[in-house]
Write a new protein. Structure first.
Length: 171
């Protein structure tokens, strides 16, 4: 799971467009290929597990992660990010390929909002491979995008989240 941030402002060319990885998450999904319209999805992520994936100097990486953890995510105050969709609308595209729409809620930075997510699902026996992407606006979750150099360099409000997960059947 990754988050792509984008620099903007007069000095944007000198800034970074960091790609952030979410390293600690867990959850579950209910999926029955015979009744794909039924099911639910839950994903919990630890906010302090986000880290910069880009090839940067150690100094730049540490500074971006410090700002992200302390000023943006406030990880001590908001340790968990939670996405829950009690029902998932699934459409079979081919025998083992599906399109899914999750009309769930995202609880992030002390705010809970509706957050639709579209996903592609491929069934491989006892495993499902899911992937998709969506946009998240930081200000919708009471987060003020980082700004530096008097606003000449800042992070855009919109972030692009991409995911690819393998889900294994549990008995």
């Amino acid at each position: 799971m990754t988050v792509q941030a984008f620099a903007t402002g007069v000095l944007a060319a000198m800034g970074h467009n960091p790609k952030i990885g979410i390293r600690s998450f867990g959850g579950g999904v209910e999926f029955n290929p015979e009744m794909p319209e039924a099911g639910g999805f839950r994903l919990s992520m630890q906010s302090n597990s986000l880290s910069v994936l880009d090839d940067l100097s150690d100094k730049d990486r540490r500074e971006i992660e410090r700002m992200m953890n302390e000023q943006v995510l406030e990880v001590t105050k908001y340790p968990e990010i939670l996405y829950e969709a009690p029902a998932v609308s699934v459409t079979r595209l081919e025998s083992t390929l599906y399109s899914a729409t999750l009309n769930g809620t995202l609880s992030f930075h002390g705010v809970t909002r509706n957050q639709p997510v579209n996903a592609r699902i491929a069934e491989f026996g006892e495993m499902l491979r899911t992937s998709g992407e969506f946009t998240l606006r930081q200000s919708d979750y009471s987060i003020k995008p980082i700004s530096m150099a008097g606003g000449a360099l800042k992070v855009k409000d919109d972030l692009k989240l991409s995911f690819e997960m393998i889900v294994r059947k549990q008995e």
